[in-house]
Design a protein around this ligand. Structure first.
Ligand SMILES: [Zn+2]
Ligand SMILES: [Zn+2]
Length: 269
């Protein structure tokens, strides 16, 4: 069973052929996926998809790009709204949240405040925190180290694209690293190095679709079925069989996202 731990099925890119996309995911062996809602406006759409498809779960967080939209809410109100979302039975993770200093669509202070609010919810509810971080390694590390000291919360770095030092620091903090199609890009040396060397019980697979299609689909719309290329590349880099690695990733996913009920045998259609 393959796992797509991070996709955006509510995006307009999938409006016209959602059923076909889901059928191709099934065909490719994708047993479970998490569709990520990135703002309050799209939460209902993501939950609707998770209600419609048995194998799809949802996560919710204010994307760092959208953090400025939360500045009219008090810290308590922001926390309450995220918690309310997380009580839905198919909402299994908090995020994506984090820091994106590449685009800087929201000011730094708004991003940091929102990140900390999401961490508080993940800690209180013991739901995994899904972290997006880009060109913000030092602040991400400082905040996570500091917040972990205040109380443990499960967490992953989604679409790992950082330096080897950052990846190692995240592993040392107990986080998981989720790899996307970037791992198939030959120039992504630090990502490929971490993919090859991270402990087998700490890695996850994702597409981040509709973005970042892996080779040989690079440049096209991405979709959950293409997580097969991500896992194939991870297995090749690690010198192991794809099916063995897929088994580890499924076990890691079940351990981290433990709100997802355990399945016996084959996933239901
Ligand atoms: Zn992201
Ligand atoms: Zn995303």
């Amino acid at each position: 069973m393959l796992i797509d731990s991070h996709c955006h099925l509510d995006f307009p890119d999938f409006r016209d052929d959602q059923a076909e996309v889901m059928a191709r995911a099934h065909e490719a062996g994708v047993g479970q996926m998490i569709t990520i809602a990135t703002k309050f406006d799209t939460l209902a759409a993501a939950l609707g998809i998770s209600d419609r498809y048995d194998r799809v779960y949802a996560a919710f967080g204010i994307h760092p790009h959208e953090a400025a939209s939360t500045t009219d809410l008090s810290d308590a109100a922001l926390t309450d709204k995220i918690m309310a979302a997380a009580r839905h039975p198919k909402l299994v993770g908090i995020g994506e949240t984090g820091l994106d200093y590449h685009y800087m669509h929201s000011p730094k202070d708004a991003q940091i405040r929102s990140f900390r609010a999401h961490i508080g919810v993940a800690r209180a509810m013991q739901l995994p925190l899904i972290i997006h971080t880009r060109e913000a390694e030092d602040d991400t590390m400082d905040i996570l180290r500091n917040e972990m000291l205040r109380g443990y919360f499960p967490a992953l770095i989604h679409c790992f694209s950082g330096s080897v030092g950052f990846g190692q620091a995240m592993l040392d903090l107990g986080l998981y690293l989720s790899f996307s199609g970037i791992v198939t890009f030959k120039k992504a040396e630090s990502v490929r190095h971490m993919a090859a060397t991270a402990p087998v019980d700490r890695i996850l697979s994702e597409t981040d679709s509709p973005f970042l299609a892996p080779v040989p689909h690079r440049g096209k719309r991405n979709e959950p079925a293409f997580v097969a290329q991500v896992v194939a590349e991870l297995a090749a880099l690690r010198g192991v069989h794809q099916s063995d690695l897929a088994g580890h990733i499924a076990a890691n996913f079940a351990r981290l996202f433990n709100k997802i009920p355990a399945r016996l045998g084959k996933a239901a259609p």
